[in-house]
Write a protein that binds this ligand. Structure first.
Ligand SMILES: NC(=O)C1=CN([C@@H]2O[C@H](COP(=O)(O)OP(=O)(O)OC[C@H]3O[C@@H](n4cnc5c(N)ncnc54)[C@H](OP(=O)(O)O)[C@@H]3O)[C@@H](O)[C@H]2O)C=CC1
Ligand SMILES: N[C@@H](CC=O)C(=O)O
Ligand code: NA
Length: 438
């Protein structure tokens, strides 16, 4: 029995997927039962390196999504539309769907999963987070016995690749971004990578699976890597840190001092560049590699590590999803919606405001080189209950002195209030940067 696959998209991931489907030798025998039946692209005249079976290429993607012959539609075109509509059409036509599209799932997951559950089909998305890393399946199935406390990840390959090369070679941001695009890591619009939006989509998906509720993307605090300067990279290194774009979802236990309300209900979900101590396992995750550190009860800490982007690793996840669906179709015994494979959350998770976050901070100030400046900064921080772990005057730039501080754990709202006062000080020229510290 052959299962007919309709591929939407034959770019980086689509081509990687077709390559695996066309070379089943030495892999699981089920792969031989998968047939590439149609492939939808935008430009049919483009030269492609892949040798596809005759007459499978088309620009009519709707015809693929609704073709009664097709069992599984694999959406790999990216973007919001027509991807969302094609997924919904495929579901309405009774097809199972595999997608790598985190942007669509993070925004329209509720609509898509509701439609899928009603129709009795699967929507699989392993490739959408962490590329080839089996993080979705781990959260849905392997870790399902745990109470998850936190998910902390490097989930964007492009920005990790950029930051790594800036840190190790002093490379120029724009040049490394162009390399990441060339290597097929970046999104069609790389601002989604650079500004943290892709990581925000991914942590929203992981948080929903880990904490069992819907997540509004607007509740995810998101900062990208544009503000990370060579000077900050240098200070991080000297102070014993690496800078990583982290995506974090964790239960938070401090909210307005109302411990009881906070404990099990509130989540903190955020994406931002972070000072990570060099001794932390996430600090040595470099290049296109991603890693997701999950903390659960009773499992404790567990870290998943692997390539987060690129044709092969991502296609590995796509094809595994296709094979999992095919395996279920073959046995025809599993009810749909399957209690572990489908998504059926109804309620929204409550998200704590950023002011209530408790974290350490790094800050770099440019000040006039007058006596007592460090004392004034210290007093202001003290007045706002921000206690300092270290203060260093690091050098003179023209007639300005550079002062770097690292705080102990503080309430973010207090830290921001102190910064507002410091910004207005006569002796302070500017706050050159602030970054959170893990
Ligand atoms: N690249 C990566 O490392 C990863 C990507 N992803 C996700 O996978 C998906 C695909 O990414 P990627 O392969 O990099 O993207 P590409 O831009 O390389 O490929 C997109 C493909 O879709 C086709 N396409 C795009 N829009 C349309 C349209 N409107 N109508 C018809 N065909 C269309 C293109 O056709 P044509 O070839 O004719 O231009 C191309 O074949 C995205 O959702 C992305 O976020 C997930 C994990 C990793
Ligand atoms: N652009 C993304 C691709 C994978 O999801 C990334 O760089 O991680
Ligand atoms: Na994955």
């Amino acid at each position: 029995m052959a299962f007919k696959i309709g591929l939407l998209g034959l770019g980086t991931v689509g081509a990687g997927t077709a390559e695996i489907l066309l070379s089943p030798d030495g892999r699981h025998p089920l792969l031989q039962e998968l047939e590439i039946y149609r492939v939808g692209v935008r430009d049919i005249s483009r030269t492609r390196s892949l040798q596809l079976p005759e007459n499978v290429l088309t620009t009519d993607l709707e015809a693929i999504a609704t073709d009664p012959e097709i069992d599984i539609v694999v959406e790999l075109i990216g973007g919001l539309e027509p991807a969302r509509s094609l997924i919904l059409q495929a579901i309405a036509s009774g097809k199972h769907v595999v997608t790598a599209n985190k942007a669509v799932i993070a925004r329209y997951g509720n609509e898509i999963f509701e439609a899928a559950n009603k129709k009795g089909v699967y929507v699989m998305l392993e490739a959408a987070v962490g590329g080839g890393i089996p993080v979705i399946q781990s959260l849905k199935q392997s870790l399902v016995a745990n109470r998850i406390k936190s998910v902390t990840g490097i989930v964007n390959g492009t920005t990790n690749y950029i930051l790594t090369r800036m840190q190790t070679e002093g490379a120029d941001f724009a040049e490394v971004l162009a390399d990441a695009q060339q290597l097929g890591y970046a999104e069609a619009d790389p601002t989604a990578d650079v500004d943290g939006l892709d990581a925000a989509d991914k942590i929203a998906i992981l948080a929903s699976l880990a904490f069992g509720g819907r997540i509004k993307l607007a509740d995810v605090h998101c900062e990208g890597i544009r503000k990370v300067s060579a000077a900050d990279i240098d200070y991080a290194d000297k102070l014993g840190f690496a800078i990583k774009l982290l995506a974090i979802a964790r239960e938070t236990s401090r909210y307005n001092g109302k411990q009881a309300e906070a404990e099990s209900e509130l989540l903190s979900i955020r994406v931002h560049p972070t000072f990570v101590p060099k001794t932390h396992p996430l600090a040595s995750v470099n290049g296109v590699y991603n890693a997701i550190l999950v903390e659960g009860e009773p499992i404790g800490q567990l870290m998943l590590y692997g390539r987060g982007a690129g044709a092969g690793p991502t296609a590995s996840a796509v094809v595994s999803d296709i094979m999992n669906v095919a395996a279920i179709l073959k046995t025809e015994t599993v009810p749909i919606p399957h209690p572990l494979l489908s998504c059926s959350h109804q309620h929204y998770c409550k998200i704590a405001p950023m002011q209530e976050l408790v974290t350490r901070f790094y800050a770099r100030f440019l000040t006039r080189d007058t006596p007592g400046v460090i004392g004034k900064l210290g007093t202001c921080f003290g007045n706002h209950k921000v206690s300092l772990e270290s203060v260093v005057q690091t050098g003179i730039h023209g007639d300005l002195a550079e002062i770097v501080v690292v705080t102990h754990d503080v309430r973010e709202g207090n830290f921001q209030q102190a910064l507002d006062e410091i910004r207005a000080m006569e002796a302070v020229d500017s706050i050159a940067s602030t970054l959170r510290v893990l």
